[in-house]
Design a protein around this ligand. Structure first.
Ligand SMILES: NC(=O)c1ccc[n+]([C@@H]2O[C@H](COP(=O)([O-])OP(=O)(O)OC[C@H]3O[C@@H](n4cnc5c(N)ncnc54)[C@H](O)[C@@H]3O)[C@@H](O)[C@H]2O)c1
Length: 328
């Protein structure tokens, strides 16, 4: 696909807004489709905004007819593991039924190209070492299950209707636009880095560490933090990939693990503030360590994790966080 209009569902959210910026920078027109329940109008800056729900097929018809996008980037979803245990129906409704309604709308309008936001949560409890794309998919929570169902659905749509898709299984998105234009703001916030930075700003008393008795280097969970701009870049490359290929699945991570304790220590150094912590019980559905093998993405799409050093992630997140909360 050359430089063309792209429908971005969930483009008012954290990852989707950074993808819109990357699309605009490569000459595309990102049309954001979002109901803004967890996203923000201020994050839509690089193209038209259309308010709507992916569960509303008639509204999608209207928008696809009006903008005639050449492809779709599909970020819109519910994405909180704890909430998915409490309300699985909402997760299957938005993530599975919503995607089904979107796919049918795309079919009605002859749109075959899709980049889908999948997640490392589809893997569940992987064995030791970095995870490759062919690892078993056994999600530990309803959120991961809902994303796995979508992955299966996409493959059936490819076979039956010629859908061309790239599914990107991201690990932990983190960091913010280095220019400070946009960044992470979830409400309620569940992600470690913004929570830690809230403590540094004095907006929270402490950060909770869920489990310190895992079999990891320091007992806390290890995650693979990938800069949100590196994720955005992978989406643009994935769109290009669809010109030549029908379907592909890629891990999207930094191939490097950082523990909860290491993130907290790094944030304390970077911000010059004490970060108070409180020990809490392990949470259900948390794997001890999740680290991507992202060599397929590097090899086949020419992608690199240019901004994903933990120091760069924290620095860009801190710059954004301070400015967003009107401090410094
Ligand atoms: N943030 C991460 O670390 C991470 C990791 C792996 C996968 N993902 C996936 O990436 C995508 C984006 O995540 P995020 O962190 O940017 O979340 P986010 O909540 O910031 O963004 C999601 C956006 O989708 C919109 N949305 C939700 N349901 C909708 C609906 N029914 N109709 C229209 N819009 C709707 C929300 O308003 C929001 O703007 C999600 O699909 C998520 O599962 C995120």
């Amino acid at each position: 696909m050359g430089a063309k209009t792209v429908l971005v569902t969930g483009g008012g959210g954290y990852v989707g807004s950074h993808a819109c910026k990357a699309l605009a920078e490569t000459g595309h027109v990102p049309v954001v489709y979002d109901h803004l329940r967890t996203g923000h109008r201020w994050a839509v800056k690089w193209g038209p905004f259309e308010q709507g729900d992916i569960l509303d097929g008639a509204r999608l018809d209207e928008i696809l007819r009006r903008h005639r996008p050449a492809g779709v980037m599909h970020f819109a979803a519910l994405a909180c593991v704890a909430e998915s245990f409490a309300d699985p129906a909402a997760y299957f409704q938005t993530n599975v039924t919503g995607t089904l309604i979107l796919l049918e709308a795309m079919r009605r309008h002859g749109i075959a190209n899709l980049v889908f936001s999948s997640t490392c949560a589809v893997y569940g409890l992987p064995g030791a070492g970095a995870i490759t794309e062919d690892a078993a998919r056994r999600p530990l929570n309803p959120y991961g299950s809902s994303k796995l169902v979508v992955e299966l659905m996409l493959e059936h749509y490819r076979r039956a209707h010629g859908l061309r898709y790239v599914s990107l299984r991201y690990f932990n998105a983190a960091g913010a636009d280095p220019g400070g234009a946009i960044g992470e703001h979830h409400d309620p916030e569940t992600h470690l880095i913004p929570l830690v930075l809230d403590v540094a700003l004095g907006k929270r008393a402490h950060v909770e560490i869920f489990g310190e008795d895992y079999e990891t280097t320091d007992g806390t969970c290890i995650r693979d933090y990938i800069h949100v701009c590196d994720i955005a870049e992978a989406h643009v490359l994935a769109l290009r990939h669809l010109d030549r290929n029908e379907a592909a699945v890629f891990n999207l991570g930094n191939s490097r693990g950082t523990s909860v304790r290491e993130i907290i220590a790094l944030a304390a150094r970077m911000t010059g503030k004490d970060i108070a912590v409180r020990s809490a019980a392990r949470r259900p559905g948390d794997a001890p360590a999740l680290i991507a093998d992202a060599s397929k993405l590097r090899r086949e799409l020419g992608w690199s994790a240019a901004l994903s050093k933990p120091e760069t992630i924290l620095e860009t997140a801190w710059n954004w966080h301070r400015r967003h909360h009107g401090v410094g």
